[in-house]
Design a protein around this ligand. Structure first.
Ligand code: SF4
Length: 119
């Protein structure tokens, strides 16, 4: 039997979740959740954790930085590589919040978009 504990980050309540994986059972059992999202979160955290990425990128010809965000969660094991990739790019302005700056970053199927409009 394999047990893991998580804090659900799907809403501000932060339920303390306990996941138990038993031999012969297809899906691990989750307790401590107040709703289905906690079960989904714990199972995904156990199998393939993902996080939304937020950072800043350089603006071409300026000392300013542009805040960016991933359009969806990225596999946790690729976050550092994505940050390293974004550290090396420069974007041209004008940029509108929501503009896609990098499509399918490092083949994660997730795009990086501008989080702010810069004229
Ligand atoms: S289990 Fe549901 S209620 Fe609890 S923190 Fe997660 S989303 Fe919120």
């Amino acid at each position: 039997m394999n047990k893991r504990e998580f804090t659900c980050i799907s809403c501000p309540l932060g339920c303390h979740l306990e996941l138990t994986e038993s031999q012969g059972s297809d899906l691990p059992e989750v307790t401590g959740n107040l709703c289905q999202r906690g079960i989904d979160f714990a199972r995904e955290e156990f199998r393939a954790p993902r996080r939304v990425l937020t950072t800043v990128v350089s603006i071409s010809g300026s000392n300013s930085l542009l805040p960016v965000i991933s359009a969806g969660p990225i596999p946790k094991e690729k976050l550092l590589a994505c940050l390293d990739y974004l550290k090396r790019i420069k974007v041209k302005t004008p940029v509108t919040a929501g503009d896609v700056l990098v499509e399918n970053i490092l083949e994660t199927q997730v795009s990086i978009v501008a989080a702010k409009t810069v004229e």
